[in-house]
Design a protein around this ligand. Sequence first.
Ligand code: ATP
Ligand code: MG
Length: 223
Amino acid sequence: THNPHAAVVEVENLAYAYSRQEPVLQEISFTLNPGDRVALMGATGSGKSTLLENLIGLKQPQAGKITINGIPVEPKNLPQVRRQIGFSFQDANDQLFMPTILEDITFGPRNYGMSQAKASDRARQLLADFGLESYANRSAHELSGGQRRLAALASILALDPTILILDEPTNGLDPAWRRHLAQVLLNLPVQVILIASHDLHWLGRVTQRALVLSNGRIQIDSN
Ligand code: ATP
Ligand code: MG
């Protein structure tokens, strides 16, 4: 069993380049420990989304090593790694693909073996929490951008992740929903939260450490 005080996310000397292009990320190293709530900041195009997608194994780094709770992020370990992580894409459409949003939210828990009845109950509760109960049987394409964002967040919270990695989670949300989301995140019993965002004021409410990417490197780690 894993030491509860050990690093949750460890990144060592990671480098990533899109094919035949200059590296987007170089010599990236950092450690996220239990209790860390971390902002990932940096200009448009600085590599935040690329880094997050490396962390969950959606992209393979050219160099370096990533471990999640001691497990190397490698193709053979991905099911085990992803089971611990709630990841929301910058574009909410990338994670809403079922015929209805009720199914989108039940998909993950069903995939990990939860019964249909239990998964639907949980999904209906989450839809209500996010003000989407009357949209349960609509497809994500029939929702507004902000409603899609809320549905996408509900779909990852349905997994009860121990690690939460969010890419621009406030996109499309009005101030009231931003405040509500901050409160939800502050009350979640997760080990680690890592959030990429340009919404610095909002990040200041939900995180206590910042990583800043620039020129492919982490220029600041406020830890
Ligand atoms: P934003 O704040 O706009 O979300 P970001 O920090 O998330 O930006 P990334 O999406 O990681 O930035 O992109 C980093 C760099 O990689 C950019 O210069 C971008 O043009 C490039 N890039 C992203 N996706 C691809 C791709 N599929 N193929 C080639 N280059 C890409
Ligand atoms: Mg991005």
